[in-house]
Structures are given as C-alpha cells and as structure tokens.
Ligand binder design. Sequence first.
Ligand code: GLC
Length: 432
Amino acid sequence: MTNEQIADKARALLRANNTGVFIKPGSQQYPHQWNWDAAFVALGLSYFDLARAQQEIRSLLKGQWKNGMLPHILYHHGASDYSPKPEFWQTASHPDAANIPTSGFTQPPILATCLRMMLKQFADKTSRLEFLAEVYPKILAWHRWFYTARDPEGSGLVAIIHPWESGNDNTPRFLDALQNLKPENVPQFTRADRAHVAAAERPHEEDYLRYIYLIGFYRDLAWDDKTIYQQAPFLVADLQFNVILHQANQDLLALARELGEDRGEIEAWLRKTEEGLNTLWDEEQGLYFDKDLCTGKLIRIKSAQALSPIYAGIPSRARAKRLIEEHLLNPEEFAPDGKSRYFVTTIAKNSPYYEPRRYWAGPVWINMNWLLWLGLKRYGYHDLAKTIRQHSLELVSSGFVEYYDPRDGSACGAKGFSWSAALALDLLVKEQ
Ligand code: GLC
C-alpha cells in the first residue's frame, strides 16, 4: 500500500468514527471519548480538518472538573453497551464534577504536546493565538492539579491511583501491586470488554476484579483527592506517565512564552520532575522503572515504557545509549529476531510476562512506537527512528487496529482504532 493510500484510509477511519461531538477511539469497543486518545486524534485531524481538530479538544475539555482534573472517559451521550457505565463511577455528586458524566480519574497528560504540534497547522496567527488562549489556562489547571492532588509531598513525581490511569491498562508492571490488594466489597459489575475482542487479548479475570475493586474504593471516598492520596491501596509513580507530563510541561512552557504568560510555575515543575525521574534510573540494569509508592520499591520489569524517558529528553547521552543499544536493539528484548518481526514489543520478549497477543503485555502499539520514534530522533538515532516509523506504517497498512502481534503483524484488540490512524498521519507528514 502506498503512503497516500494509508493516509486516505486513516482520514476515512477518523471520519467514520466521528460521532459529531467527538471521535470514538474504536468503532465498536470504545464508544465514548477517552482523554489521551482525543489528544492523538486531534493531532491527526489537524492535518486535514483543523476546525474538527479544535472541536475534539474543546469536547475533551468539557469534561474537565472544576479542580482541574481531566477525566479519562467522558460519556457525552450517556450510557452505551460499554462498561463501566457512567453511573458506575458515582462522580456526579462530587462538588467539582463536570456537567457531563465522566469517570473519576485521569489519563496520561499528552494533550499539551499534541496541541503544540497541532498549532503548527494554523496558517493564520490570530486564530492560532485565539485558540491557544482559550485552551491554555485549562491545560495549565490540569497540570497544577497533578502537582497538588497527586504529588502533595513535592517529590516531583505524580502518582497514579489505578492502572487505567497509565493508559497501559493491564501492563504486567502493575501485577505485583495488584496482587498485594485484598479485594473486598467489590461492586457488582459486568465485563463488556470481551464482547468485541477475544478474551485472550483482554485482561485476566483476577486483574479485572481488582480494577473494579479500586474504583469501588475511591467511590467510597467520594473521589476526594486528599483522602485518596492518603489511603490509596494502589499508588504508583508511573515512569511513562511522568515522562509524558514532563514533555507536556516543556510544551506548555513554550506555549506560555508565546502567550506572554508567567512561566515560573512551569519552570519549577520541570526542575522537580526532571529530578524525580532521575531517581527512577537503575544503573545496574541500564533502564528506568516505575516506583510502587506503597512499598517504596522500583518495579523492575523490562517494558517499552522503561525506554520512554528519551521522549522527554531526560537521560544523559550515556544513559540514552544504554537504553537504546543494550535494550531496544537487543534481539532478546525488543529488537526483531526469529521470534518477532516488528519493533517495539511492549514487554521484552525474554521477560516471563511477555504475551505477544495480550493487550499491553507484549503487542506493538502505534502510540508507543510514536513516542520512541520521537525520542530516537531527539538523540540523533535517525536510522533506527526511520526503521520504527517504517514498521509502524507497515503494520497499519493492514488495518488500523488497537495493537499488533509482533511475530507476524496480525491484528489484535479493537478494530477501527482511531489513534493508530491519527498517529499514522503524523508519521506520514513528518516523513522521518
Ligand atoms: C484502552 C487503552 C487505553 C485507551 C482506551 C481507549 O483502555 O488501554 O489506553 O485510552 O482503550 O482507546
């Protein structure tokens, strides 16, 4: 398939997934608006329909709570066959809740980064500045919420309270933390996530039970940030989440400069988070890891996310070299060999947790490839960046799905997956 054909198909999918108010992340599996999906989608849309891209961001910001929190799911049109249903979260009575039903927690803050990329598409400076001035304070408020609600001790690392906040929902990185939970009073629930996707590609039953238990736990605390931070049975300084936040702060800083806004607060976040991220480096293994804040221990699992700090320019040259040359290029871990054909498996192939078709436990995801592609370019690894771009385009040319089996590129997860299309458009536009 030619690049032009890929682009045509990508645009057609985003149009087909348009509900009028937002773009569905997946044509059947995900009928509501998700936070980081919307940011990727807005970036993709900006290359052919800038007005629609702006609308995507405006729709997302409609779900923002008064305290700044930007939820991970927005139910603009009420319930569907997707579960958890809007009522399940019991967020409506929260004094800060939005006017539309939403989930009670957030997702990776990649919005400022996608926004900054997308703003390049405005030919007219006045409308660019107008749009930026409209959305900037809202994104700033979200980031401020992170540093108050999720890092009240000022460590520079913000915490996530649920695996779903990471966006890597069932990653094996959180298995131990989940196993330490003692699920009790688990609310009644039905799993709708296997209606459109094979059970073998979705989370295990015992993990799902714990996801629901955690939602019930926070619901019982009436989604109060302070109590949640003190009592959360799952509290993780998620590496990639903080990396994404750090990059988003760099982008927010540039946007603040453009608007002539005060930059002191953002500069302070940048200093603190850079310091925090460097505490997650493991010299022996040559990787960064997440930290379980309940046990105080690093979570030493070899994942694509462990390489993500290159995306935000965190590692020194020497550390980046180790990440890339000892790990990303290692055929036993992430590089293609007889066992896999495509970059980048989400879990290292020689890890006991590697499952090549299960959700975040092994398959290739286009957004992970995209992050690493940007990171590699940042550190001057242009040939490898090119290869990862090429692999991503090859994968999407057989269809835009949620994730891909690294052994043969076959489709896994949800069909008609919007961010695979949106990011393919970005990969195509940026060429290398
Ligand atoms: C899955 C993914 C999450 C994504 C959502 C909607 O839950 O793990 O990252 O935002 O689907 O696509």
